[in-house]
Design a protein around this ligand. Structure first.
Ligand code: CTP
Length: 421
């Protein structure tokens, strides 16, 4: 069931119907009467293939307000206005949408959209807290351009983000906020090493896994610092500040500067291990001396940023309980398989968690989903055979992100309970 409240962002609900239908869902749209002032019932009926009603007096013989709510596997409300959130918090049932939510026993996901002042108003804060306490997933809105000239938190998340977060929430029975009050530093995308002012050496990373991590971490309550190299065009996640970098040197500087303030550091960027030893100041012309030299390109080794962060924690430059996560994108070869390389990498890098996945042949890079193994090392492990392996089933990059962050939360709680002991 897709609930739509009366806000200017109601038109985005049309895209959301598509997002869910294309994933095989049978969508019933339940707008408030005011939502129909923005988008006509005919549009929702045509897109969903199901009839649309707003009040409990339509189809009384079918007891509609009970049926739609009871039969749904997932209720998503987007956009949710301040007024709708207030009515939900009060337990009202004065239209078909609020009545349906009251009878729904499935996960309910609310995507708010309103002016910043309304979102930050203590009345709305209290209502949101009430809904969250009751187990409803209220997503934090994006920050950005609102209806008027104003800008700030309150913008409806993009339909693809809402659909993905709703699926992730549904699969986990809702999203709580265990990272409230923490800062999570995430690197994403590929680095580019300049050859001259117009050319670079890069890689195929899309940045989607790093952005998905930021999306989920932001919704788990964290303040996210996202340092991004080259990526696909991706919307900024909620509660996230994005810093753009190009080269490994810029990435290292950005990560090293932010890591001491972070509670969690996740290196999802695809970092170039080497860079051209020298960068031409002007474009290398065909047949020029500089280009002739390209037959054998001299490379210099880049620093390992992840190992640097681990070393900083060991030296006391970071908080001792900073949780550090890395990735291992492996193909495997005649020497060892991908998982074995992942185990070795966890011990070599010294981080707390590694998400190891097999790449190549269209896997992982640029694809919407992923699969792999979550690797953790028991205290003092030196043998790859001692590494703990948990299989992460194929899922969207957000679902993988949710698995990784659940592990981070487990580690943080284990640390805290050790302190309490
Ligand atoms: N990484 C890093 N700095 C580098 C290279 C990699 O911080 N110079 C990080 C990546 O962001 C990732 C992890 O280290 O989290 C593993 O990256 P990967 O390229 O798989 O590992 P390498 O150390 O390059 O090992 P190898 O090339 O031998 O597989």
């Amino acid at each position: 069931m897709l609930g739509v409240a009366g806000g200017i962002a109601a038109y985005k609900a049309c895209h959301l119907v598509r997002e869910f239908s294309e994933h095989g869902a049978d969508v019933t749209v339940v707008p408030t009467p005011n939502a129909l002032k923005f988008v006509g019932a005919a549009t929702f009926e045509a897109l969903s293939g199901n009839p649309v009603a707003t009040d409990v007096f339509t189809g009384v013989d079918e007891v509609r307000h009970v049926r739609v709510g009871q039969e749904s596997d997932l209720v998503v409300i987007a956009p949710a206005t301040a007024d709708l959130i207030a009515r939900l918090a009060a337990g009202r049932a004065d239209d078909l949408l609020t009545a349906s939510v009251l009878v729904a026993t499935c996960p309910v996901v609310v995507a708010p959209a309103m002016h910043t002042e309304m979102w930050l108003n203590p009345a709305t804060r209290d209502n949101v807290a009430t809904l969250r306490r009751r187990g409803i997933t209220v997503l934090d809105p994006a920050s950005g351009r609102l209806t008027g000239p104003d800008s700030g938190p309150g913008r409806l998340l993009e339909p693809a983000q809402i659909a993905e977060l709703a699926r992730t929430a549904a699969a986990r029975g809702g999203l709580s906020r265990p990272l409230e009050g923490t800062t999570v530093l995430i690197s994403a995308g590929g680095t580019r090493e300049g050859l001259d002012p117009v050319r670079y050496l890069g890689n195929r990373s899309s940045g989607r896994q790093g952005f998905a991590l930021a999306e989920v971490a932001g919704q788990l309550g964290a303040r996210v610092e996202l340092v991004a190299g080259a990526t696909d065009a991706l919307p900024t996640p909620a509660n996230t500040t994005v810093t753009r970098i190009e080269s490994t040197a810029e990435l290292k500087a950005a990560v090293d500067e932010r890591a001491p303030r972070a509670d969690v550091v996740i290196m999802a960027a695809a970092v170039s291990d080497f860079r051209p030893a020298s960068v031409a100041g002007a474009k290398m012309k065909k047949g020029s001396e500089a280009e002739a030299g390209l037959e054998t390109l001299q490379m210099a080794e880049n620093p390992d940023i992840l190992r640097g962060v681990v070393a900083a924690r060991e030296s006391g430059a970071l908080g001792g309980d900073t949780v550090i996560v890395g990735f291992a994108a492996e193909t495997g070869d005649e020497d060892a398989d991908a998982l074995e390389y992942g185990r070795r990498k966890l011990l070599k890098k010294g981080c707390d968690v590694i998400l190891c996945n097999e790449v190549g042949q269209g896997r992982a890079f640029g694809t919407p989903d992923n699969a792999g193994w979550l690797l953790t090392a028991p205290e003092g492990a030196t043998d790859p055979a001692d590494v703990t392996v948990r299989e992460v089933p194929r899922g969207s990059k957000q679902e993988i992100a949710a698995e990784i962050l659940a592990e981070v939360v487990r580690i943080r709680h284990a640390d805290n309970s050790a302190l309490q002991d």
